[in-house]
Design a protein around this ligand. Structure first.
Ligand code: SF4
Length: 333
């Protein structure tokens, strides 16, 4: 059985504002196993970027961990990334868990050659000799199909796609067990996007580690993930194997999300999901999707739906389904 690398239990991460807390991630639970590529999906503001930052222990005011656990499981130890000390973080970052941030094309320092940035990021976290590190970096770049002379370039001399490849190479050089990638293909053209996804998949296959990828683009999830976590308004709506989520979605929100995607050969105009996500300062009572849900029932305004397992590894949080996974209302088709 695959080893569990990460467990998320009742994670609550809010943003402090003058008007109160924005409940960005609210009671989220799931696990990540070795070898899995997991996608976090949902509209903007659903909490996916907040969650991925928190998994990396990157929690800075006004972001605030309220309660729960995001446990990194390392050699029999548990490290709760929601309430971790700086020194503990330093030990696990890069070597155990690494992060390719959103808008990472702005991450590289424009006035410093790539070589220096690569070495600084590696040496900052781990005590290695420069010459040895440089030889290994060159070998690693070659293994990824990147020309080692990128090391002598300044970022502006590289294309957007090449900068992104360099950042991914930096993030994976120390062979971390978990790689987090926040919208890694945003702002890149479709051909470059495909190359980046292929690179991430190849690295994951080689390292046999786990990749957690955030994207608002369901096409990205379809291409690369094994499992998808659908988030809505700070909560998980549905989790399941990627092919099931696409072929047999249960949650009304997931259905609308999938139905809004264009299909090859289908000229019919696809409509978006009506309405907009709720204000998380004051989210709706009961199911947070209820103001937009075409299948809403009375209970949906009163009670938060629990997560139930419909089939192996496929969970949904919706009152249309009972504990045994049986549908209680047929009009969600
Ligand atoms: Fe719709 Fe109710 Fe299910 Fe929420 S719990 S998705 S409102 S049917």
């Amino acid at each position: 059985m695959a080893e569990k690398l990460l467990e998320i239990n009742h994670a609550q991460i809010y943003y402090a504002t003058l008007a109160g807390y924005v409940k960005a991630v609210d009671n989220v639970n799931f696990d990540i196993n070795e070898g899995e590529i997991v996608g976090l999906a949902g509209e903007s503001g659903c909490g996916k970027s907040t969650l991925i930052k928190s998994i990396y222990g990157f929690i800075k005011y006004p972001m605030k961990a309220i309660s729960g656990e995001i446990n990194l499981l390392t050699n029999g130890n548990k490290l709760n990334m929601l309430f971790v000390e700086k020194e503990e973080l330093r030990k696990v970052r890069w070597k155990y868990i690494s992060y390719v941030p959103q808008a990472s094309l702005h991450v590289l320092n424009p006035v410093t050659r790539i070589k220096k940035q690569f070495l600084e990021s590696v040496k900052r976290e781990h005590n290695v000799k420069e010459k040895e590190a440089m030889d290994e970096v060159k070998e690693y770049l070659k293994s990824l199909g990147l020309p080692p002379d990128v090391l002598d370039s300044f970022p502006h001399q590289l294309s957007g796609g090449m900068q992104q490849r360099v950042i991914i190479a930096m993030a994976t050089f120390l062979k971390p067990r978990i790689v987090l990638a926040d919208e890694p293909t945003t702002a890149l053209d479709v051909v470059v996007q495909r190359g980046i996804l292929q690179m991430l998949r190849d690295i994951q296959k080689e390292l046999k580690n786990s990749l957690i990828i955030v994207s608002h683009d369901m096409g990205v999830h379809y291409q690369i993930t094994h499992k998808i976590v659908i988030m809505y308004a700070g909560k998980i709506a549905e989790i399941g194997p990627t092919d099931e989520i696409f072929n047999n979605p249960y949650h009304p929100y997931t259905r609308l999300l999938i139905n809004s995607l264009p299909r090859i050969g289908d000229r019919e105009q696809r409509s978006g999901i009506e309405g907009s996500p709720p204000n998380l300062l004051n989210p709706p009572e009961g199911c947070r999707f209820n103001p937009r849900c075409p299948s809403k029932m009375k209970i949906c305004e009163e009670k938060i739906p629990e997560m139930v397992e419909i089939s192996k590894g496929h969970f949904v949080a919706c009152h249309l389904f009972q504990k045994n996974g049986k549908r209680v209302k047929e009009d969600a088709e």
